[in-house]
Design a protein around this ligand. Sequence first.
Ligand code: UD1
Length: 357
Amino acid sequence: MVGARPQFVKEAMVSRAARRLGAWRHVLVHSGQHYDCNMSDIFFQQLEIPAPDHFLGVGSGSHGKQTGEVLVRFEEILLSERPDAVLVYGDTNTTLAGALGAVKLRIPVAHVEAGLRQEPRDMPEEINRVLTDRASTLLFCCSERGRTVLADEGIRQGVHVVGDVMYDLYRTMVPSLDPDAALRRWGLRRGAFALATLHRDFNVDRPESLEGILRGLCRVQVETGWPVLLPLHPRTRKRVEEFGLQPFLEPLHVTEPLGYLELLSCLQECALVLTDSGGFQKEAYFAGKRAVVLMPDTAWRELVETGWNLLAAPEEGAIWRASLGALDPYPYPQELYGEGRAAESLVAVLAGASFPS
Ligand code: UD1
């Protein structure tokens, strides 16, 4: 079950491994939570994900509406397909709806990226994670920390530490990246630009924090003399217009959301990452780039505890101070998320699992 950008990326590796093993019929359901071409189709093309078997066409809406619509439409698919298990990824509304739909029909749920936790506890992704872990029979963790977190919450059965499928994908795709083309396309120089992404509700839905972050990006650009490339999430674009903050975008190098290959090609050559994306802060680490994480906390705590990534409040001074810190050389923390074989390990566990009916 997929529906949003970060899930297409994870499904890419798992579906490849599942096809290679050929142990089950893999039925792909796309909720339609993300539907723009550059938020959805481009990932299927670039990552060679087979077309979904079912497209639920749910689209945008309030949390209740989006989650509810996925649940209603997914239940019909479950009743007709009768799968042995449902595989859900990450922490989006699609994840929760997929897990709920399955568990209510007593279909076992397998959760990829289980055991991640982050403050504030009322952020939508955190609610989705906690509830999905509760509903799951198999819980696949990216690191040992996930196992500890789940054990502390009393979840000990069905927990497997397999590594991170996003790291598998990154390693697989590096040879297909074209950093030179990316530099030419946006008129950038190697090692002389920053790359930023921004979409979290707590950052972009409040005018003060959105303005604080945009001021921070402009400050980075002025102080370093480097362009800040900002592929703009549709949600963020809408809020900038609503709050009349367009003047803060003008100095920045704003583009449409980028595909996987374009974003990671830019990542190879940037000097610095600023992001509130869960996946992108980790991809920065895979690429050996330090990131300023625009959040009060992160689910990828090992990246902050090792000192590689730095958290920053949504405020100009804090963002510039963290950026200065992240520009210092720093020892690279090795192999925090496995060795690039997470999808294979996960598929092997799933293929060998017996689900009591
Ligand atoms: C969702 C996930 C988040 C994930 C992110 C990746 C939840 C609660 N949040 O946040 O965990 O990190 O995706 O991008 O599930 N929109 C478009 N076109 C699209 C998709 C969205 O214009 O293709 C607009 C919609 O108008 C919508 C807004 O973006 O109002 C937000 O989309 P939504 O899927 O609700 O959440 P994201 O902010 O993308």
